[in-house]
Design a protein around this ligand. Structure first.
Ligand code: GLU
Ligand code: MG
Length: 467
């Protein structure tokens, strides 16, 4: 379980001694430095690194970094809000020692996620990990809710030797093809070894649909740990790929056409450790609260896409009939509905039943995405929101009249449209707080402006190697 305690100047209770002991062990094993990782509002992973011997100092006093990155765009240009984007100020990055791991794909390095606080020791309102940590702590304290979450990771494996900027698939076999598995046999085995060494309990790794595409899924964790893991697994995939002469992309769309890379969220709500998505009187074993949670997420999907599909390239992926889930609908095991209710197989429902949210990609900051999905779901629970009828099959086949009658609508088709919906969503804005909500709006509008006038191929190229 992730610690839900805020960092403070001098260190979280017990952390400094623990960091000192961990640093000594790491140094003994030849670990030279620690990567301190966070994800900015645009979804770009950013880091500072410290020598291993500085870990205790980092746990006590944090490591400095400008708050300006909260309004960085994917191309490293900067936008501003009322309070963010100025060259002034400094923040302290505090490693969460519960998330510290030795990086198997990068010998000599360890890695830890960070929370950011101000120099005065206050929570930084722009820190996405702090946002998710506080939201989860509050749901537990106030409502007795806990969560199990997982983020699927899809990526495109390209040849490292491809001409600059191009994506050339590193495998030629068919979707889910046995040939692909053989072509990248050593690579996938090294990935499994690295994940195992880092305590990542991989459930599946397999060749996916699109050219050169693979997918990895791992066991469920508390939401903050699940978001941390999403960042760690991508760092690991990148490192192992580089050692194999491969170049990988987690971009929503490496090409303008075809199936993209998703980052589906799986989430279940628990009360007193009991899964609310199984064993209930509602549809497919959902309890009334689980149904309302699903209804809450469903109602806010158009606004949520500004957080879960945050890149102009996200809208190249969000197209019908590509399993990206672009219609406001839910269904049992329906891969074209935005929300897929997963019941689990007979005998495993209690462990497995969950809600899958599909219009999510890996350009999304995982802390913001999980937090906003949870906030939307909890709003549904608070309102005892009724869950509409399910759909089966591909909603793309519905005529306008049937779609309207069923309340099935296409999600935003552009980032600008998603931002408009997000701006009007008081629940998401309130959950994020004004600083983060304004950062999301400003960064999304900045990304949209950055690609104004570009055709789809150029948009795909602009973001291909950013995520
Ligand atoms: N690649 C699809 C997407 O972009 C997902 C395929 C799947 O269901 O795993 O969401
Ligand atoms: Mg997949």
């Amino acid at each position: 379980m992730t610690t839900l305690v805020d960092p403070a100047p001098g260190g979280r209770p017990g952390d400094v001694a623990r960091a000192g002991a961990l640093a000594a062990e790491l140094a003994e094993r030849g670990v030279r430095g620690v990567v301190l990782a966070y994800v900015d509002t645009a979804g770009i992973g950013r880091v500072k690194t410290v020598p291993t011997a500085r870990l205790a100092a980092a746990a006590a006093w944090g490591v400095g970094m400008s708050p300006v990155f909260d309004t960085f765009l994917a191309d490293d240009s900067i936008v501003t809000t009322d309070v963010l984007g100025s060259p002034d100020g400094d923040l302290r990055l505090y490693p969460d020692l519960d998330g510290l791991v030795e990086l198997a794909g990068q010998p000599g390095w360890a890695w830890a996620p960070v929370d950011r606080i101000t120099q005065e020791g206050e929570r930084h309102p722009g820190c996405s990990r702090t946002f998710l940590r506080r939201l989860v702590a509050d749901a537990e304290e106030r409502l007795g809710f806990t969560f199990r979450a997982g983020i699927e990771i899809e990526w495109s494996v390209g040849l490292g030797s491809a001409p600059d900027g191009e994506f050339v698939p590193a495998v030629s076999g068919p979707a889910y093809g046995a040939t692909r598995q053989v072509e990248l046999s050593d690579y996938a085995a090294d990935l499994l070894a690295a994940c195992a060494a880092q305590g990542v309990d991989v459930e599946q790794i397999h060749p996916e649909y699109a050219p050169g595409q693979f997918e990895l899924s791992a066991g469920a964790l508390d939401p903050v740990a699940a978001a941390d893991r999403s960042v760690l697994v991508r760092q690991t995939v990148r490192a192992v790929s580089q050692r194999h002469g491969l170049r990988v992309s987690f971009a929503p769309a490496v090409s303008a056409e075809g199936v993209g890379n998703g980052g589906h969220i799986h989430l279940s709500c628990l009360r007193d450790g009991v899964n609310l998505h199984a064993g209930g009187q509602g549809r497919y074993g959902m309890t009334a609260e689980a149904e309302s949670f699903v209804a809450g997420v469903l109602a806010r999907l158009p606004a949520l896409t500004a957080v879960t599909a945050p890149s102009p390239a996200s809208y190249l992926r969000l197209r019908p009939s590509q399993w990206a889930g672009v219609f406001t609908a839910w269904g049992r095991e329906t891969r074209e509905a935005a929300l897929r209710v997963v019941t689990g197989t007979a005998g495993r429902q209690e462990e497995s039943a969950n809600l899958e949210v599909k219009p999510v990609d890996l350009a999304a900051n995982p802390y913001l995405a999980l937090g906003c999905v949870i906030a939307a779901g909890l709003d549904g629970v608070a309102a005892a929101a009724p869950l509409p009828e399910e759909i089966t099959g591909d909603p793309a086949r519905f005529g306008a009249e049937e779609a309207a009658a069923r309340g099935v609508h296409r999600l935003p088709v552009s980032l600008k449209e998603a931002v408009e919906r997000f701006r009007g969503d008081e629940v998401l804005r309130a959950a994020l707080g004004p600083v983060l909500a304004d950062a999301v709006t400003a960064v999304r509008l900045g990304e949209a402006a950055a690609v104004e006038g570009l055709d789809d191929a150029r948009v795909a190229a602009a973001y291909r190697w950013k995520y």
